[in-house]
Design a protein around this ligand. Structure first.
Ligand code: PAF
Length: 284
């Protein structure tokens, strides 16, 4: 496995692979890798000849400096995991490499898709994500790129950027990997205390309740959300950042429960922010 930190070496290796006719799969990450990230790698290895993983905790996408400072970093473990999985190249830049001080700041956004969910409660987050991801796309020149569907809004925003700006690549969404109790795998889960981890299991149970109440005939969005909020909050220390029901394509709030809806939540368990979502088909 090749590990590079500077742009020249990265571009040289990619140029060589391109000359040899290899296709490139790219999995951008912020490290602290888990099995969910390895699903991205596996998908990339199935669909392309060479798989690149980037590991970079991107400061511009954190609206809360404390959250950035506490973001877990485990580079040695990450590299070991990538090697075991057969990743071809890890790009491990530092902040100066990605954001040289000489460059004038730029801002990208897809306002319609950022109005709700994390776009509403984390101002500036998607601008930071689009900035780093577009830079990484230019540097790695992938044919296909792989994103986890746990960050569903991120997947939609990046797909829209690729379409709008004619990036010559395909964005592929990879299903969320879950723990035994259904909690979505996340790099942030390691920061949960034992008690908070128990509290976090309310999230998958809430999604189960959401489906059960729909099957039981609930069709009032406001009531449905109230039932789910009550379930999460009664007797627990969890705080809801948002619990929203939106259209899975345009991410605008749904007014009625029909067709397919995206139920998306962000919660704080202790000071750890967790997100999850599921697309739910509403029976006629
Ligand atoms: O999903 C993430 O880990 C990050 O938002 C990404 C896509 C690597 C950009 O920093």
């Amino acid at each position: 496995m090749i590990v590079v930190s500077n742009i020249q070496e990265l571009k040289k290796q990619i140029g060589d692979w391109k000359k040899e006719g290899f296709s490139i799969g790219f999995c951008p990450t912020m490290g602290s890798l888990h099995l969910g990230h390895m699903d991205l790698v596996e998908a990339s290895k199935k669909e392309t000849n060479k798989t690149i993983v980037s590991i970079f905790v991107n400061p511009t996408q954190f609206n809360d400096p404390k959250d950035f400072a506490q973001y877990p970093v485990k580079t040695d473990d990450d590299l070991r995991l990538c090697e075991e999985k057969g990743v071809d190249l890890v790009f491990l830049p530092d902040v100066k490499t990605m954001y040289p001080e000489t460059k004038t700041p730029i801002s990208l956004s897809i306002p319609e898709l950022q109005k709700h969910l994390c776009g509403r409660t984390r101002p500036g987050h998607f601008e930071g994500v689009l900035q780093i991801v577009s830079k990484l796309f230019h540097l790695t020149e992938p044919n296909k790129t792989f994103f986890g569907l746990k960050d569903y809004q991120q997947f939609r925003v990046i797909s829209a950027m690729v379409e709008n700006l004619n990036f010559p690549l395909e964005v592929i969404g990879v299903p969320t990997r879950r723990e035994e109790d259904g909690l979505a795998m996340s790099s942030r889960n390691v920061r949960l205390s034992r008690k908070d981890r128990e509290t976090a299991s309310l999230i998958p149970r809430m999604f189960a309740l959401a489906k059960k109440t729909i099957l039981g005939g609930e069709r009032e969005i406001r009531l449905w959300k109230e039932i789910l909020r009550d379930f999460l909050l009664t007797g627990s220390s969890l705080r809801i950042d948002y619990l929203e029901v939106v259209d899975p394509i345009d991410l605008q709030p749904k007014e009625s429960l029909e067709g397919e809806v995206l139920l998306a939540i962000a919660v704080f368990v202790g000071d750890v922010r967790l997100i999850d979502n599921q697309i739910i088909s509403i029976p006629n």
